[in-house]
Design a protein around this ligand. Sequence first.
Ligand SMILES: [Mn+2]
Length: 229
Amino acid sequence: MIKKLKKNTTGTDYFVGDIHGCYEQLMEALEKIKFNPDVDRLISVGDLVDRGPDSVKCLNLLKETWFHAVFGNHEDMMIKSFRHEWSTYNYVQNGGKWFFHLPYEEQEQLVLLADAKMTLVIEVETDIGIIGVIHANAPDDWQKYHRLNNDEDFFDDNLVEDTIWGRRRIYGGQDGRVNGIDYVIVGHTPVEDVTVLDNIVYIDTGAVYDGSLTILSVNEVANYASKVV
Ligand SMILES: [Mn+2]
């Protein structure tokens, strides 16, 4: 449920907003920042699939050692649709048509890949502290994720759902720090520019809606965050 990445001592760690099938746009952006897959890492806030043209290529990035991603609500819909736990109609409405055009075996492979590689939470050790990455909405206390991970008796009905789907903080404007973590990076809710509320950095600048695909290095995260705190 939580993937922990040790400090990258040889290269740079970057964070990328919702890719939504925009594979070419991502490759161009990586070229621009001279991303080096031998030493750098790219950490995605999820929603690799749907709406854009190359969902399969984007999911296959999960096979790369330099690429890490948390679950987005679109992967949630894809996996649940495959398992008949989600309305196919609803998933198609949300951009999942490409998935149902694939042969069953390929659908299964993609679901297994996403299930094996994606986690609810990623924590990255960096020079500016621990940066937590989730798709949508953060709880007030980050330690809830550790309890969810480690404590069998811990139960929070809404935590997983809210982490992948929620918009409470960004719609509320401001909702206080997330305790127990230095910074949190999220996507899911399109913003015109990178937006910082307390210690949360919103980086989904709507690549698939003619916006731009945001990629931030750890240093850029520090710069954005320092303007607010
Ligand atoms: Mn989303």
